[in-house]
Design a protein around this ligand. Structure first.
Ligand code: PNS
Length: 171
């Protein structure tokens, strides 16, 4: 594996994180057993429209990892490969849930490597508990008055309820 920046292994974990879920949190924590530093990158996916602003998404992630050394948070609105170039990194970390993620992830990994040959994408399997968790479903459930407690960090749960003007989530 590529050693970067003073021998530290650094991975960039890009995503929409709209919002961050416990599935993402689990992946970052497990990634920290492999990498010395993980940059959680709030990146722009032109195929999505977002509920939370970039700043709101970054703030929620910052709150979750405020005590975790080695986890950095950043944002980028252009091509991912350009961010890697600017930051001097070459490893992308992504999570893989069910088989349905595979084609999308495979395409992105190959497209990124086509643009910059030295880039490697490392996949971690999603934790079993989080196989069915997605930011999209979480927003849908909360918007219709359901509870996602336990699927997202507590601060995120609160921000979701605030966004949808929900006073108390159903248990
Ligand atoms: O959480 P998501 O929405 O699945 O993450 C997708 C993301 C943001 C990683 C992807 O859309 C991305 O890399 N966006 C940056 C723009 C870019 O480089 N697009 C080409 C990807 S091959």
């Amino acid at each position: 594996m590529t050693q970067e920046k003073n021998g530290n292994k650094i991975a960039v974990y890009p995503g929409s994180f709209d919002p961050i879920t416990n599935g993402h949190v689990d992946l970052i924590k497990r990634g920290m057993n492999i990498f010395d530093e993980i940059i959680v990158l709030v990146a722009y996916n032109p195929n999505k429209s977002y509920l939370f602003t970039v700043e709101e998404r970054m703030e929620m992630i910052r709150e979750v990892f405020s005590d975790t050394k080695g986890v950095k948070i950043d944002s980028h609105s252009g091509l991912l490969v350009d961010y890697l170039k600017i930051s001097g990194t070459s490893i992308i970390m992504r999570g893989m849930r069910a088989l349905s993620d595979f084609e999308y992830e495979f395409q992105m990994a190959l497209m990124n490597r086509r643009q910059t040959r030295s880039i490697e994408t490392v996949f971690l399997m999603s934790g079993f508990k989080w196989f069915y968790t997605s930011s999209r479903l979480i927003k849908e459930v909360v918007s219709l008055g359901g509870s996602v407690r336990g699927l997202v960090p507590d601060n995120v749960n609160q921000k979701l309820m605030d966004k949808f003007n929900i006073k108390n989530s159903k248990e």
